[in-house]
Design a protein. Structure first.
Length: 255
């Protein structure tokens, strides 16, 4: 069931989205060679705490997970695609880091992700990041009333495939609202003109995930959470929470 949000509710979701944007910016600004992923999680916790927000990630346990998620960010490095648990790993020169973060404020959730490099960046990594962000922008541009979920999926997938990248099979975006994951699902690839029609008041997390090796296969670590590219290639993840309005898409997790 899809809940259509009122203008007032979307404004309240924007407040949660700003907290997410601030947390991601703080993590990105703090990240440097030698810091642990746990350190980055502490930075995000501080931003949430100062804003009076809670984390929809901390303690989250979907059916596939053997244990509740133990952190407020997902920190996925190099060949990790998504859902990385921030632990004692210390960042190294040239690492490619994807950070996913959420915030719950006033009963509403915001959810976004960003990928960046630490130290000296590899040109191939910068191209991967640029494509992930371009795919996200294309998906957002398609999030207008009258279009369908398939139009978003097609826009995202077209950018990813044209660049020769893989798209992890079965993973994509989702509705956002009172809960972090709501209907409808938003695939990262698919035929245009198909699926649910987009209406003002729908709020979606659009989140391209790209693998540099060009394959769609992945593996899961023993922690039951961290997904990695099957071929060991690097991955990037970009995400925004987006409201569909009569005036066009409104990015609720923009800085």
């Amino acid at each position: 069931m899809v809940e259509l949000k009122t203008d007032k509710s979307i404004d309240e979701m924007r407040a949660a989205g700003r907290v997410v944007a601030h947390a991601l910016a703080a993590v990105r600004e703090t990240a440097r060679v030698g810091l642990s992923l746990r350190d980055l999680d502490e930075v995000a916790r501080g931003v949430l705490r100062e804003a009076g927000a809670a984390s929809p990630f901390l303690g989250y346990r979907p059916k596939f997970a053997p244990v509740p998620f133990p952190a407020v960010i997902c920190a996925s490095v190099n060949d990790a695609i998504v859902h990385g648990i921030p632990g004692g790993y210390r960042l190294r020169d040239g690492d490619l880091v994807s950070i996913d973060c959420g915030a719950r404020l006033g009963g509403w959730v915001g959810d976004a992700a960003v990928t960046f490099t630490v130290g000296r960046a590899r040109p191939a990594d910068l191209r991967l990041i640029e494509t992930a962000e371009a795919a996200l922008a294309a998906g957002i541009a398609a999030a207008v009333p009258g279009n369908r979920i398939g139009d978003i999926a097609h826009a995202v997938g077209t950018v990813c495939r044209a660049a020769g990248y893989g798209i992890p099979d079965g993973f994509g975006g989702h509705g956002v609202g009172r809960r972090m994951h709501e209907d409808p699902g938003v695939p990262n690839e698919g035929p245009p003109g198909r699926g649910m029609k987009l209406r003002p008041g729908m709020v979606l997390a659009i989140e391209p995930m790209l693998t540099a090796g060009g394959t769609d296969d992945y593996t899961c670590d023993g922690d039951g959470w961290t997904l990695r590219t099957a071929d060991g290639s690097r991955a990037a993840h970009a995400e925004h929470t987006v409201a569909i309005t009569a005036d066009g898409p409104r990015i609720l997790t923009a800085p």
